[in-house]
Design a protein around this ligand. Structure first.
Ligand SMILES: *Cc1c(COP(=O)(O)O)cnc(C)c1O
Length: 413
């Protein structure tokens, strides 16, 4: 099958006419197929099928079915990924699993992460430390430039290193292969958060020998607001957990070996299903699966090539057209260590972004001073980049952002 050219995917999305959408890294655009898929699930499967649809429409296997599809997008195998819950909840489960896998090594009580990691990741680790007091977990959250020396310094007492591959503010990317190898050479486990990686560029979890991973599917995956997230565990670890009879990280009835036996005693299911908890949100799964079916047709290397063209062009255009207005590039110039976003710093970043949004150029702002623009080649092209930068130049040179209406902050930025 010849791959579909990346530019041809734009017609598969529903994009408002007056919008240049550079925020697909926060909430992906609606694929046209999704509305029909959700309508079918609502009207036929829920409306007519009712409770029978758990079996007849195979609702009950949605987490595993979508997990197997996601696996193909992140270099994993069927049975190693399950779609469920939120990224935050899945991180909780993945961290507890890492600790369980190292249970025989109580001297390993350190969790390492990047202080600039997305806060929820750091909060979940703090919660686990407080929950498992007797394990005396030490958290070491350090700057990126100190990551390697920290991993080396705590060699022998680290249980897991937890990193988000792409920094949500700057878009800088960790090298998955070399960091994973370094961490494992010290006897620790590697947990990757793929929130800004999945469907942003090719990800090869198994080729990099990753231990555990989590990810989000409402960003680059276009699964819809609040879409089920996912969790990955390498088969070797699932086999160990099964062999040792390790319990589920959250022992809800969907993690039971036989949920419909209604046994009062918990017995954990084998395999990746151990990460599920309760009833899956079927309407959200209908939306997610529609976008996954589109993604499975995408040539990921061609997507990456198109992404690099867009980010390079945006950097060049902004730096020439908006020069002299105090914007500084926060994203690496080297495309090889960049995700699929470009960020600029500016003291008035919040108001500038509000002004751009009022003009239909939608990006977002991340405290303290980051203007963030995501590039999603399936529905954004170079023409959009050029048009967006014309607005950016006008906003900067007119200082339109100084108007009071652009200063007030909403709850979500
Ligand atoms: C977006 C994002 C999340 C989101 O977590 P939710 O549980 O979906 O709210 C978590 N971690 C990282 C690194 C993210 O970028």
């Amino acid at each position: 099958m010849t791959p579909i050219p990346i530019a041809a995917y734009r017609q598969q999305f529903s994009i408002p006419d007056d919008v240049i959408y550079l925020d697909g890294n926060s909430l992906g655009v609606l694929p046209k197929a999704t509305a029909a898929a959700v309508a079918k699930t609502v009207e036929q499967e829920w409306g007519n099928g009712l409770i029978r649809s758990w079996n007849t429409a195979d609702w009950v296997n949605a987490p595993r079915r979508c997990g197997d599809k996601i696996a193909r997008l992140i270099g994993a195998n069927a049975g190693e990924v399950i779609a469920c819950d939120s990224t935050s909840v899945n991180l909780f489960k993945a961290l507890l699993t890492a600790l369980a896998l190292q249970n025989d090594q109580p001297q390993r009580n350190v969790i390492i992460s990047d202080i600039d990691n997305f806060p929820t990741d750091l909060y979940i680790a703090q919660g686990i430390r407080d929950l498992l007091r007797e394990r005396e977990i030490q958290l070491h959250f350090v700057k990126r430039q100190d990551m390697q020396s920290t991993i080396e310094a705590f060699s022998g007492c680290t249980t897991v290193v937890m990193l988000t591959q792409v920094d949500y503010r700057t878009g800088e990317r960790y090298d998955m292969q070399s960091i994973t190898a370094l961490v494992q050479s010290k006897g620790a486990l590697m947990l990757w958060d793929l929130a800004h990686s999945t469907c942003a560029f090719p990800v090869e979890l198994n080729a990099c020998n990753a231990d555990l991973a989590v990810g989000c599917s409402y960003k680059y995956v276009n699964g819809g607001p609040g879409a089920p997230a996912f969790v990955f565990a390498a088969k070797r670890h699932l086999d160990t957990l099964d062999a040792e009879g390790t319990s589920a990280p959250i022992s809800g009835w969907f993690a039971h070996e036989a949920p419909f036996a209604f046994d009062p005693l918990f017995r954990v299911v084998r395999g990746i299903e151990r990460f599920t908890v309760g009833t899956p949100p079927i309407l959200q799964f209908a939306a997610l699966e529609a976008s996954l079916d589109m993604w499975l047709t995408v040539d990921m290397q061609a997507l990456r090539d198109a992404s690099v063209v867009l980010t390079e062009r945006f950097i060049k255009e902004v730096e020439t057209q908006c020069a002299g207005h105090g914007l500084t590039l926060a994203t690496p110039r080297d495309a090889a260590i960049r995700g699929s976003q470009v960020s600029f710093r500016h003291a008035e970043g919040y108001a500038i972004m509000q002004t751009l949004i009022a003009r239909g150029v939608i990006g977002d702002f991340r405290a303290p001073d980051i203007l963030r623009f995501g590039f999603t080649p399936l529905y954004i092209n170079e023409d959009d980049v050029v048009k967006a930068v014309v607005h950016f130049r006008e906003v900067m040179s007119s200082r339109e952002y100084e108007r009071t209406e652009f200063q007030a902050r909403g709850k979500v930025t």
